[in-house]
Design a protein around this ligand. Structure first.
Ligand code: PLP
Length: 396
């Protein structure tokens, strides 16, 4: 008889955004006249940059001519895109090599797939609250998960202490869901800890482009010692609006090795066996992000979202609500007013302001009583949503 992977039975039944979508669907079916504004899911709304569009068109044309047609490419990505990424890091004084860069169809896939190269008996350390993918992908493999508490006392930026145990450590900064960002000294504590424990850091830099404070790190490789303990995941999704186009990259330094085996070689073996690369067309579009025009245009889009974040944080400031994130991140994480629970607050915001956000509780125990809004909507919708929000919670 076929045996199933019983670890799947340990997963929570529904994915957070599915629960949210069901509630919103039910409410809008019962209230068809209401204008519901969605500030919940972290999906972008602005179109791709013109430089990307034009590169995509020309790549399509390449596919129409025998001389420029492309079949299978290297599983780990085309040299032109890997070189562009190497230069993007070099511009920030971070030295990486093209062979350390692996192109993929998404950071989510890589974050899940990387677990193929790690044993099942590793202790996994994730912050609570957390991007649910880190937890669920480990549950699927039956790994033991430990949580490190992110809370208002540590500004949602937990650090290890002498009792912290870990073989695989997840760090996401700027963080989803909290929007909190580690500074260099704090990341150095994690890097030193990982090196001392012979542990690996899986560093999720999906939101690096939203960091506006130049003193804050955007890559783990800005930190001395990271090359012997960290893998970095980054994505074009939020940086350049590729959520529907799909392209990302993972950096595995050559120095990184455990049990005498280099992880770079293991990941190469894994990718060449189970993955056949990202399409030439998409990689050509992604490379255009790093051109002068591309960089300028994606920065304009990011600034647009930053203005939305400011509209949200200004409202929370006026209402005296505790929050973090928003300045160097597209996410704003705040304490629900009047000590409400996060699902209770979700229902109130939906039914009385017709605004959808994400209950913090869906990201872990420590998210209870917190709520996440995103800056990815339009200016008009963000301003209107926050006008309704302020009206609802203003104390006179
Ligand atoms: N990492 C984090 C922290 C995210 O929030 C997301 C998407 O929301 C991803 C990774 C996934 O990125 P991608 O679209 O490249 O799969």
């Amino acid at each position: 008889m076929t045996k199933i992977n019983k670890n799947y039975l340990d997963l929570k039944e529904n994915y957070l955004f599915y629960d949210v979508a069901c509630k919103v669907k039910k409410y809008s079916a019962e209230n068809p006249d209401k204008n519901i504004i969605r500030l919940g899911i972290g999906d972008v709304t602005l179109p791709l940059a013109p430089a990307v569009i034009s590169a995509l068109h020309s790549a399509v044309d390449d596919m129409s001519r025998a001389e420029t047609f492309k079949g299978y490419g290297a599983e780990q990505g085309y040299g032109f895109l890997k070189d562009a990424i190497v230069s993007y890091y070099a511009d920030r004084n971070i030295a990486i090599k093209a062979d350390e860069v692996f192109i993929s169809d998404g950071a989510k896939s890589d974050i899940g797939n990387i677990l193929d190269i790690f044993g099942k008996d590793n202790v996994v350390l994730v912050p609570d609250p957390v991007y649910p993918v880190y937890v669920d992908t480990n549950i699927m493999d039956g790994r033991k998960i430990k949580y490190i508490s992110a809370n208002t006392e540590n500004n949602f930026l937990p650090l290890p202490d002498e009792n912290t145990e870990a073989d695989i450590i997840y760090i996401c900064t700027p963080n989803n869901p909290t929007g909190a960002v580690y500074n260099k000294d704090q990341l150095k504590v994690w890097v030193d800890f990982a090196n001392s424990k012979n542990a690996v850091i899986l560093f999720d830099a999906a939101y690096e482009a939203f960091v506006s404070d130049p003193s804050l790190p955007r890559s783990i490789f800005e930190i001395e010692g990271a090359r012997t303990c960290a893998i970095e995941f980054c994505s074009f999704s939020k940086t350049a609006g590729f959520t529907g186009t799909r392209c990302a990259y993972t950096i595995v330094p050559e120095e990184l090795s455990f049990d005498g085996t280099k992880l770079n070689g293991m990941w190469l073996r894994r990718q060449t066996t189970k993955f056949n690369g990202v399409s030439y067309i998409v990689q050509t579009g992604a490379a255009a992000v790093f051109t002068k025009d591309g960089m300028k245009q994606i920065k304009e889009n990011i600034n647009y979202y930053r203005e939305n974040a400011k509209t949200i944080t200004d409202t929370l400031d006026r209402l005296g609500i505790w929050y973090c994130g928003g300045v160097n991140s597209p996410y704003i994480w705040f304490k629900c007013p009047d000590n409400m629970g996060s699902w209770e607050f979700f229902d109130k915001l939906l039914s009385e302001a017709n605004v959808v956000g994400t209950p913090g509780e869906g990201f872990g125990e420590n998210g209870k009583g917190f709520f996440r809004l995103t800056s990815f909507s339009s200016h008009e919708n963000t301003v209107e949503a926050m006008r309704r929000f302020e009206k609802l919670f203003k104390k006179d």
